[in-house]
Design a protein around this ligand. Structure first.
Ligand SMILES: [Zn+2]
Length: 193
């Protein structure tokens, strides 16, 4: 069973490893990722957000299970990024925090689908933003890292709140130690990377 993890869980800072094989279990994990994404009313979810250290993310720009396309990107690489656009972003791992982030306007992405099909697409608009946000997750980067210094003050209090809640949960034994988390990540890497 996968669970959404929130800031400042250490896996959110862990650079995910390329996927070397896809099996039936991984396909079912991707299904769980979509369920978690819809449950939390998100439009994208990276594997690191459910404590999986592998290069994969899912997205559905509509945010509705029955509506938009269900996209899966395995080993995604942005080959070209052009233009610039600012828009407000949020993140399921930082619930309640929103901030304006500058991204590229369009991206050319290369990746693989769950069935092994190669994806080569030129994307712009909202989906381009989702792709950049989720790909950042796979490199251990959060959208708050991209908020300009002068706007960081506004979110600093909320981040401190997340940090003290995390410490409390860990003291209560609800969150594993860094060492145990690292062991889990290594086991996933041994299986899929
Ligand atoms: Zn996010």
């Amino acid at each position: 069973m996968l669970h959404l993890i929130t800031y400042p869980h250490p896996t959110l800072r862990y650079p995910a490893k390329p996927i070397a094989r896809v099996d039936a279990h991984l396909k079912s994990l991707v299904g769980e990722m979509f369920d978690i994404m819809y449950e939390h009313r998100g439009v994208g979810l990276a594997a690191t957000q459910v404590n999986l250290p592998i290069r994969l993310f899912v997205a559905n720009p509509s945010g509705e299970k029955e509506t938009g396309p269900e996209l899966v990107f395995i080993n995604p690489v942005i080959q070209r990024a052009t233009g610039s656009a600012e828009a407000e972003e949020g993140c399921l791992s930082l619930p309640g925090i929103n901030a304006t982030v500058k991204r590229n306007k369009s991206v050319k992405i290369n990746a693989y689908g769950l069935d092994g099909t190669e994806i080569n697409a030129e994307v712009d608009g909202f989906l381009a933003r989702i792709i950049q946000h989720e790909l950042d997750h796979l490199d251990g980067v959060l959208f708050i890292d991209r908020v300009p210094e002068q706007n960081r003050m506004q979110i600093q209090d909320e981040l401190s709140g997340f940090e003290s809640t995390f410490e409390m949960k860990r003291k209560a034994g609800l969150i594993l130690s860094d060492e145990k988390i690292f062991e889990e990540l290594k086991a996933w890497e041994a299986k899929y990377c």
